[in-house]
Design a protein around this ligand. Structure first.
Ligand code: AHG
Ligand code: MN
Ligand code: MN
Length: 336
């Protein structure tokens, strides 16, 4: 019989001396949240969840109804279990402390409840991204500062992809495994063990409508991909994809390789990039590195960044190792 996700995690935790079962309990609540979100996303217009909520989040973005609903689902599914000290979400300005009526635990949960939400009304894949950190030793009532840990400190990172099938992809620092939701039995089943990103690729993903705002190294890299073999700059031709759901792009890269870029640009000098370090860049970089890929801003490894703010944005260049390293070398002024 195929292994389900909870069995997989329990068996993995057995190898960790001193594991108390708290992490497994937390993950099982996160899994429940993702199943409920999958249900709502798949029902769509039938249950009236599409369209705008008419509000703005802390990022200044107009919230979709589902941004608000999925944020609530995540909180309600995980706050009661006794495993968390606090949580933080892309959709909330401040951290969410665990309410007094529930026991507190030692973990911090960070999430983007609905990634790619501009796609929801047009019925294109969206996802959920999450990251689990430890609350600093001896801190029962964490503040926002306690969340500002570099990505290397993540205990676990994962995403759910609500696509033609619903998948959950996860790392606890021991490789990457993918599970597919069997909605008949309500379980995520291990279908993609040991996911690995091929080091080479012929596919890139970037929103080229921002081209005029990119820095020179990214201009050069993309131009060479577009020219392919014809200019003599590259030995192969490239294909391009842009879903506008980071979860879907990363999943494609985990499946068949590729490079994804939301680089630094001059569109808004107040923002270092579009994607958020805590909710998007760090969890995805942990997964990508664990699958043998690389993740960088172009100038530094994303997982090494010391966060300065919960909602901080960073440039993101991730995926197949040899291509990411090429883009990094262009940032260093080197010509490979
Ligand atoms: P979110 O829906 O959580 O705000 O994230 C959207 C992100 C990311 O998923 C995607 O790669 C990118 O924004 C798309 O941006 P553009 O609309 O600029 O292409
Ligand atoms: Mn997002
Ligand atoms: Mn989001």
């Amino acid at each position: 019989m195929s292994k389900n996700l909870v069995q997989f995690i329990i068996e993995e935790q057995r190898h960790i001396p001193g594991a108390s079962g708290n992490f497994t309990g937390l993950l099982s609540d996160v899994i429940t949240a993702c199943k409920i979100i999958a249900h709502d996303v798949h029902k769509g217009a039938l249950i009236g969840v599409l369209g705008s909520a008419g509000s703005e989040n802390i990022q200044g973005e107009t919230q979709k109804k589902l941004d608000v609903i999925t944020n609530e689902i995540f909180i309600r599914s995980t706050e009661w279990g006794g495993h968390l000290a606090a949580m933080a979400s892309e959709e909330m300005e401040d951290i969410y402390p665990i309410p007094g009526q529930y026991p507190k635990g030692k973990y911090l949960l960070v999430f983007d409840p609905l990634d790619g939400s501009s796609n929801i009304d047009v019925n294109i894949s969206v996802g959920t991204i999450f990251s689990i950190l430890r609350a600093p030793e001896g801190i029962a009532n964490p503040t926002a500062t306690d969340f500002l840990q570099p990505g290397t400190k993540q205990v676990c990172a994962g995403y759910a992809l609500y696509g033609p099938s619903t998948m959950l992809v996860l790392t606890t620092g021991n490789g990457v495994n993918g599970f597919t939701l069997d909605s008949d039995i309500g379980e995520f089943i291990l279908t993609h063990p040991d996911m690995c990103i091929p080091p080479d690729t012929q596919e890139f993903a970037i929103n080229t409508s921002n081209q005029r705002f990119w820095e020179e190294p990214v201009q050069r890299y993309v131009e060479e991909c577009v020219q392919g073999k014809s200019s003599g700059g590259r030995e192969k031709n490239f294909n391009m994809r842009w879903v506008a759901s980071m979860v879907a792009e990363v999943h494609r890269i985990l499946t068949r390789g590729g490079i994804f870029m939301y680089p630094k640009d001059t569109k808004d000098p107040a923002k270092a990039g579009k994607l958020r370090l805590m909710y998007e860049a760090n969890p995805m970089s942990f997964i990508v590195e664990q699958a043998g890929g690389a993740a960088s801003t172009g100038r530094e490894r994303i997982l090494d960044i010391q966060p300065s703010n919960l909602h901080q944005r960073v440039p993101v260049i991730l995926g197949s190792k040899n291509e990411v390293e090429r883009v990094i070398s262009y940032h260093q002024g080197a010509y490979v």
